[in-house]
Design a protein around this ligand. Sequence first.
Ligand code: NAP
Ligand code: F7E
Length: 372
Amino acid sequence: MKKALITGITGQDGSYLSEFLIGKGYEVHGIIRRSSVDFRERIAHLEGHRHFHLHYGDMGDTLSIIQVVGKVQPDEIYNLAAQSHVQVSFDSPEYTANVDATGVLRILEAVRQCGLEQHCRIYQASTSELYGRVEEVPQNEDTPFHPYSPYAVAKLYGYWIVKEYREAYHMFCCNGILFNHESERRGETFVTRKITLAAARIRQGRQEKLYLGNLSSLRDWGYAKDYVECMWLILQHDKPEDFVIATGQQHTVREFCERAFHYAGLKLRWEGEGADEKGICEAVDDTTACGHLVGKTLVEVSPDFYRPTDVVNLLGDPAKAQRLLGWNPEKTSFDQLVKLMVENDMAKIASDDAAARVRCNLAEYLEKGIVK
Ligand code: NAP
Ligand code: F7E
């Protein structure tokens, strides 16, 4: 039975990759950070599985990383742990560098210190943010990098140190240059999930308006579940190489918003430009439930969400991954992705509401002595 060690196992990708590898017959080990709350929402359903094991550690703590690598003796490491929010990296640049840059070095060195360098294969979560202020469109494995945030600069170190260890020590370590990938498990402050949650809340009368930053930013958005398969394929390839993983399609934040509101039953029309642009409700699918929204402004721009430097034109060319790994970039379309995220959030908001009503009723019944 092969052993995989995943850093960042509690994150969006870590949770899907764990499911995928357990399905492939792996023994999966993950590094988690000690926290005052013990609920790990994305992997709660896996805890207790006989081939799923968790270990405490932190990407900023060399000793803990060496200890876990030495104890697990993994065949494959997937280094997914990161401070992954680009906007947050402007507020915490030093922390981001420690985890996203030096953290990668800690993993590589731990493998060497434990004498596993000729045995253990390593996947590094590199990113399309490396292309930053893009020098060509679309971007492939040969496109020059121009990182444009503290996050991207830190990830650039990670990218190069992986290449360096591959050449210097002949280690099987690879960069997956993944373009944005989203899902029902996406963190709630990334733009896609922020939009799908807001569309669901607005449709169900739980939120009035959605405030966004740059609506014209272009992204190549894929489905996270499809992308974790590629991480595994990269490590099964006969040679250690770097790969771009993307869909080859791009859309603006505005388009994502329009489609998400559409699947929530609300038709948007846009008025104005720049910071004055607004998304107004033109029609609804059910006038009884949400007819009052027609004519209202549901989306506004807030410069609070503008970034000091923003990456605005990402489009990946996945030809190499298609050719050498047999990966299919068209498995989940943009429309399917938006739809599945909105359906998930419509159900989530409805069930959060139902649970809140039960809690309210229970409080009232306890107070009146109906329930003891
Ligand atoms: P995510 O949901 O933000 O998950 C990040 C993971 O890293 C979480 O498990 C987090 O643990 C862990 N982590 C953060 N700091 C840590 C530390 N100091 N020590 C140990 N663990 C730490 O990210 P994701 O979307 O799954 O992305 C996975 C990786 O791919 C990241 O490296 C990201 O930069 C990269 N990437 C993502 C995308 C994308 O579109 N999703 C595209 C390209 C590259 P907690 O749960 O404890 O916070
Ligand atoms: O922003 C614009 C924002 O935060 C996408 C990470 O997984 O993918 C992710 O980074 C775009 C940007 O993702 C809001 O300015 C407008 O242009 O969803 P995001 P990201 O920055 O692309 C890459 C590949 C990674 O590697 C990262 O780890 O949307 N935008 N309005 C907004 N963004 C946010 N977050 N919030 C807004 O209100």
